[in-house]
Design a protein around this ligand. Structure first.
Ligand code: AMP
Length: 363
């Protein structure tokens, strides 16, 4: 079987590695010369909207998928005419616009922070009057890793936030004083069968995921899974989906979903019976899904900027290194490591050693 992937970064790399062991050959479309997915996939070096590149990607493909949601619309239009595309363009369109996304959450009865569309400075004043402060102003599209947003703490912050973000469609959200951030990774096959991974607790730094932690039996599993399931069904979804939520006052509020494999699910490579990457490949190709149960407790730490010394990571027991083979650069995700042990107590005992390595080498 053959799978095409738009994008050739680390998500495509881990998809291609999982696909290879299932006997599935991958092609990736990626303009960068040093596409890190090329280690396990045929690299079509062309822009994401290049007609010849798209033709080669779809040629003979049993399915085309993607590793990021901002695939050019014209490219998607071409691909759907030439190969099955999963997740669907509708799922992508929903996820890439925060207003459409949050409106769908509300329609499905999934709680969110209060929000208002903001298209002018007058809208911003009206939205702040309605929601109060603090609040978070975000671009509706193209935001990632905390980019394209500003926290408004008092009225004096409005002018600077408008100067920074104004001119494109925006959304204002009430600030959620969350106790923690969690995500649930879900997968749905072409036949509608779905499965859910144990909940993941996530800590961000400067908008970038730093640490994910997953032990089975989180008390918020049931509501998180229920909300993800509503989304899967409403979108007639195929593939892996990550739903990110805030926990505040003992309740969950949905923040956003990613229509793809997600950084907060990297722990599933060693920490679950079937990884999110393998299950995405299985789902989009119409193969039976693998079991999603956890194998003990896991913590995943991102390496941002550059990797710690390889030997230092490999010396830690129960730690699994993933080096994406990317050039070091400030703020860039260049690798991760997952610590997998039998129980939460062992995890807490071993985690500081791994965290210390992640600290030592941030550029
Ligand atoms: P996002 O791009 O929506 O995932 O936001 C990036 C990060 O900003 C989140 O992981 C939160 O830590 C924080 N954040 C986003 N929206 C809110 C909000 N409405 N209230 C509080 N914190 C937020």
């Amino acid at each position: 079987m053959r799978l095409g992937i738009v994008g050739g970064g680390q998500l495509a790399r881990m998809l291609a590695l999982a696909a290879a062991s299932l006997g599935v050959r991958c092609r990736v479309l990626e303009p960068a010369a040093d596409a890190c997915a090329a280690v396990a996939a045929e690299h079509i070096r062309a822009p994401y909207d290049d007609a010849a590149g798209l033709r080669r990607l779809a040629d003979d493909a049993d399915c085309v998928s993607f590793e990021f949601e901002n695939v050019p619309v014209a490219s998607l239009d071409y691909l759907v005419d030439h190969a099955p595309v999963f997740p669907s363009p509708k799922a992508l369109a929903t996820a890439r616009d925060r207003l459409i996304e949050k409106t769908l959450f509300r329609t499905l009865g999934i709680p969110t922070a209060e929000f208002r569309a903001v298209d002018s400075r007058a809208d911003l004043d009206a939205a702040v009057a309605a929601l109060g402060l603090p609040a978070v102003l975000k671009t509706r599209t193209l935001g990632y890793d905390g980019k394209g947003q500003a926290v408004l703490r008092d009225a004096a912050d409005l002018a600077a936030a408008w100067a920074k973000l104004g001119g494109v469609p925006l959304i204002l959200e009430a600030f959620v004083p969350f106790a923690r951030e969690v995500s649930v990774i879900a997968v749905r096959g072409r036949d509608g069968e779905s499965a859910f991974y144990p909940l993941t607790e996530n800590t961000h730094r400067e908008g970038i995921l730093h640490l994910s932690f997953s032990c089975a039996n989180d008390e918020m599993q049931a509501p998180a899974q229920d909300y993800a399931n509503r989304l899967l069904d409403a979108l007639d979804y195929v593939g892996v989906l990550a739903l990110e939520l805030f926990e505040a006052d003992g309740k969950l509020l949905a923040n956003e979903f990613a229509p793809r494999v997600h950084n907060s699910g990297h722990w599933t490579i060693e920490g679950a019976e079937t990884s999110q990457f393998e299950n995405h490949v299985r789902a989009v190709l119409g193969l039976p899904l693998g079991r999603t149960n956890a194998l003990g407790c896991s913590a995943m730490v991102n390496f941002i900027g550059r990797l710690p010394p390889r030997e230092a990571v490999l010396r830690l027991p129960a730690v699994h290194l993933h080096d994406y083979a990317k050039q070091p650069r400030a703020g860039r995700k260049v690798g991760h490591a997952t610590l997998r042990v039998t129980d939460a107590a062992s995890l807490h005992a071993a985690l500081p050693g791994l965290l210390a390595l992640a600290e030592s080498d941030v550029l």
